[in-house]
Design a protein. Sequence first.
Length: 138
Amino acid sequence: MIGTVIKHRYELIEKIGEGNLFSVYKCEDKIENRLVAMKILLPQYSADRMFAERLLVEAKAMVGVAHPGIVEVYDCGEQEGIYFVIVEYVRGVDLRERIRRSAPFTPSTAVDAGMAICEVIDFAHKHGFVHGDLRPGN
């Protein structure tokens, strides 16, 4: 898939991860001239059109929702059976890697991290959103 251009706009540069539902690619947005992340729904889920379409509805609802602890959703869609969500590209490490590198945390560091996560979840829930796949790796 590297080198593929989706919607005449998003060029896949490299695969940067894979989760339970999506493969994640670093992409170049050729219109906005910026790096973005493209989450491509895994084939076993994209085969279920109703499921895939529901994910797109949820992603569209997130476009424009701003919070410093939530990656911004820019776009989403489907092209030739490939369902995708375009989100803000964030450099850095996830919580799983941070734990691996720095554990054990001091109690205050653990409490601070837990409070930050709870604040983001609270914000999302107050706006009617449920993450559905919350884990240290994402």
